[in-house]
Design a protein around this ligand. Structure first.
Ligand code: SF4
Length: 402
């Protein structure tokens, strides 16, 4: 842990230029409020705290000003409102935040500006308001179109709601829409998933994120599994569902460019998330937000009320920061980069960044994973094989620093 490198603005001034010149830089804003809590979710999110939203938006704007005052203007190519449920904000609040970001930082005029939205409560011109506020990409949490699946996942909306939201988003002028779906939820059948895949293909969004349900410790789901009230889908079935998605989306021309992400065509990939997968740099603003700049990873205070109080006291709401050592930085480049299926990890780029040859650093791991047909070389790029894709998390673990 190293608090001083982020808390002393005079030493940070020079560090805030992204370390790889020209590499995209992103700004993540965390909106930690939700109308209700889904039983599988372990994010930093809070229900029944909507009255705090106006003060929270003021605090976000305060944090932007504090960041600018401490470190000077940052250049950024992407902005991402994540949560939580950012669509609980009013469009005017989003507009204020974007306006201040544009004023205080050097934003690319063609920046990708994404807002995560839950499909309910998006009527009454709210989507048009977000578009007018400067949002140009919506990420909509559909999860499943099966009514019993929505009940099991504890989602508030009915199946007809996402379709309406998608239609309204198109009318509002959004031409870059991503949909989130979850597979492997308890009780899900192959037929359920087939219907969801048919829906995705019929709706033709620009982008899809498909996540397998993970039972995270500390969640109500975890407790339900522990006490036998809930039976999770077994790993083999989850792998079968994942392969169905790979095969059918691939056959329909979709490009799987990352383990959990598909673009309808080249150029529609998530530019913001690509910064994470390339182990790039980004500023995290808001309660519990993480950032990664110049070899330092930092996070902000998690509780919204504490976060607001800290900003109102004129201090950067830092929770912790740590300097990433060389073995960890190299491991992160491998673990994240291998998720990018077409790009993989380039040995040339790795050497330019870390000053080491990845063939030396990871000689034994690579040999073992090639032997198991989990990794292979394409020129100077190390990539997952199809088998490696199905075991991507296991492959990543092999690169953890000892
Ligand atoms: S809406 Fe999203 S962030 Fe909120 S509880 Fe559900 S899964 Fe978690």
């Amino acid at each position: 842990m190293n608090r001083s490198s982020l808390t002393n603005p005079t030493t940070r001034q020079h560090l805030l230029a992204p370390s790889a010149p020209g590499a995209p830089f992103g700004i993540y804003l965390h909106i930690p409020f939700c109308a209700r809590i889904c039983p599988y979710c372990d994010f930093n999110r809070y229900a029944h705290q909507e009255p705090l939203i106006p003060a929270y938006v003021d605090a976000l704007i305060g944090e932007i000003a504090l960041t600018r005052a401490a470190y000077g203007p940052l250049r950024a190519e992407t902005i991402f409102f994540g949560g939580g449920t950012p669509s609980l904000l009013e469009p005017e609040q989003v507009a204020r935040i974007i306006e201040v970001l544009r004023r205080e930082f050097e934003l690319d005029p063609a920046a990708e500006v994404t807002l995560e939205a839950n499909p309910e409560r998006l009527g009454d011109g709210k989507l048009a308001g977000f578009r007018a506020a400067g949002i140009n990409r919506i990420s909509l949490g559909v999860q499943t179109q099966q009514a019993h699946g929505l009940r099991i996942l504890g989602r508030a909306h009915k199946p007809e709601v996402p379709e309406r939201a998608l239609r309204e988003a198109r009318v509002a002028g959004f031409d870059n829409i991503s949909l989130d779906f979850i597979f492997g939820w308890p009780g899900q059948t192959v037929d359920d998933w087939q219907r969801d895949l048919d829906t995705m293909l019929a709706w033709q969004p620009e982008h899809l994120s498909l996540y397998s349900l993970i039972v995270e410790p500390g969640t109500p789901y975890h407790e339900a599994v522990r006490t036998g009230k809930l039976v999770p889908v077994d790993d083999d079935t989850t792998a079968d569902l994942y392969e169905m998605a790979i095969d059918q989306l691939g056959a329909a021309g979709w490009q799987q460019y990352e383990v959990s992400n598909w673009a309808r065509e080249a150029g529609l990939e998530s530019r913001h998330n690509a910064i994470y997968w390339r182990n790039g740099e980004y500023l995290g603003l808001g309660a519990g937000a993480h950032g990664h700049i110049s070899g330092v990873r930092a996070s902000k205070l998690r509780l919204p009320a504490k976060y607001i109080a800290e900003v109102n006291a004129g201090r950067l709401p830092l929770d912790m920061s740590e300097t990433i050592d060389a073995p960890t930085a190299m491991a992160e480049t491998m673990m994240l980069g291998l998720r990018l299926l077409q790009d993989g990890v380039s040995a040339t780029a790795f050497a330019a960044r870390h000053g080491r040859d990845l063939r030396d650093v990871y000689a034994s791991q690579i040999a073992a994973l090639e032997e198991l047909d989990l990794l292979h070389w394409h020129g100077d790029r190390l990539k997952l094989t199809h088998r490696g894709l199905l075991l991507a998390n296991d492959v990543a673990e092999r690169f953890l620093p000892e």
